[in-house]
Design a protein around this ligand. Sequence first.
Ligand SMILES: *[C@@H]1O[C@H](CO)[C@@H](O)[C@H](O)[C@H]1NC(C)=O
Length: 299
Amino acid sequence: MLNRLYVAVVLAITLLGSSATNIVMTNDDGWATAQIRAEYAALKSAGYNVILSAPAVNKSGSSSFSTTPSVLTTACEFDTCAAGSPAYGTDASDPNIHYVNGYPVDAVKYGIKTYAPAAWGSAPALVVSGTNVGSQFFHALVSGTIGAACEAALEGIPSVAFSGASGSEVSYTTLATTTLASTISANIYSALAVKFTNALLANSGAILPAGITLNVNFAATTSCTSAASYKFVLTRISSISFSSDVTTCGTSRLPTESSAITKGCVATVSVMDASSKGDVSAANQAIVLAKLSPILSCL
Ligand SMILES: *[C@@H]1O[C@H](CO)[C@@H](O)[C@H](O)[C@H]1NC(C)=O
């Protein structure tokens, strides 16, 4: 009896373990910022296997630039590695936290093609880019956080770019001070990212259509004091459109992300073409709407 129970428990643990989704994380603010480390911890607590592969220094605004990663000529951000350190490095206290001394595109590529196969024997199921410090509307084209998410989608890996209006580019060591404004926003955005990731992965079948990424923007935390106070709203990127959007909330014209974000505790969700960084067809918006309907609300 006990033996059978033991076998059942081991089997259950094995099944649970093998079903955990493998996620590669990146950003453009750098591998040692508070926001990405808070989110790394939150996704792990939620049961995901996570590998962080992000730039060694701040690479904000680097769009889809790419280079051959090189030896550091300065220290990593917040002195997390010394000048002269190799092009690729790993946190001394966590074998799944890595830097790449290149652009976000280079960091995510290395995460997908090298770090993930080394740890899991395969590419990740999902790439999470961000949460970026600062919203991404008009500068979606220059954002390295979005550039990395688009790169992942073009490599065949479903991806999401998260950005948040609050917070600052501070070291992850500041997370120990829970009363700091940047810690509070990092924790709220991390909880939102987990909620969104859970919803996206809740369905069976393909996570997203090929060549498509999601641009998710969180409103400021100033008057939104918990993840529960936010509502996710399906939006579009551009105010210029010659065709209809998916029909939802009684209209076939989605609100633009930059207008929706001004309407309170909102998290905008735009379906983005990874090549053009513009909007997608109504048919592809419909696929995302169906998947995320349990968490989507009308404005
Ligand atoms: C990171 O780089 C961006 C773009 O160059 C700059 O605006 C921002 O202030 C930088 N952040 C820090 C903390 O240096």
